[in-house]
Design a protein around this ligand. Structure first.
Ligand code: FMN
Length: 207
């Protein structure tokens, strides 16, 4: 039995297109992998530790390869990272907010991206991700379209950020579903959503 984690970054719930595509993925996944366990981290109802000065000091010590004087501020982050790393595959549903990701998603990334939690560093070997041998499906939703002919490709800081982060912490198998143009009229939105559901459903049987 494998375990899949859904990281849900939209607060819109029933109105959310990323979650709607995610549900299509999860329905198809349950059908294709009936014995697997599926968990969700809803980033809007999960306690994410504040990145206080004490947290940053302790994280800084880890990044320098030393032991923090007071490691206690990192306790909840370590627990969240341990939970995150324990799965076999991942579904991320992530809206674009102000060209990037919702701040709760960035908060989650900041919290678990610490040495020893999701990556390692040594002078000899440099950086190495610790979340290895796993697959991630990432559903990205956006109001506008950022394709090669849009003239605004460089405004997309959502997909490049998430992909760079996933690579950094060790993922090599990352499968994107881009659902865009959702605020470009009803017909465009409907077609984009239908393509997103279809692609998500297909990926659920592939992984
Ligand atoms: C706070 C906020 C910021 C947004 N910023 C952008 C943006 O910079 N570019 C864009 O194309 N769409 C933007 N949108 C539109 C969303 O990406 C779009 O509505 C998408 O469907 C949201 O995903 P969801 O339906 O899963 O919540 C923004 C929406 C919100 C609520």
């Amino acid at each position: 039995m494998a375990r899949l984690l859904h990281v849900e970054a939209s607060p819109r719930k029933d109105g959310s297109i990323s979650i709607a595509c995610g549900r299509a993925f999860l329905d198809a996944y349950a059908h294709a992998h009936p014995d697997d366990e599926v968990d969700t981290i809803d980033l809007w109802s999960t306690d994410l530790p504040d990145l206080t000065g004490a947290f940053a000091e302790a994280a800084h010590a880890l990044q320098e390869g030393t032991s923090p004087e007071d490691p206690s501020p990192l306790g909840a982050a370590a627990e969240l990272a341990r939970r995150f790393v324990s799965y076999d595959s991942y579904l991320f549903t992530i809206p674009m907010w102000t060209f990037s990701v919702p701040y709760r998603m960035k908060h989650f990334m900041d919290v678990i991206t610490q040495p020893g939690f999701t990556y390692s560093y040594s002078e000899k070997d440099g950086y190495a991700g610790l979340v290895t041998g796993k697959t991630a499906v990432v559903i990205y939703t956006r109001g506008r379209s950022f394709g090669p002919t849009s003239g605004i490709v460089s405004y997309d800081l959502q997909k490049p950020l998430v992909e760079m982060w996933l690579r950094f912490i060790g993922f090599t198998d990352v499968r994107p579903v881009v659902v865009e143009g959702l605020l470009e009229g009803e017909a465009t939105a409907r077609a984009a959503r239908a393509r997103g559901v279809k692609e998500a459903t297909r990926l659920a049987t592939e992984i």
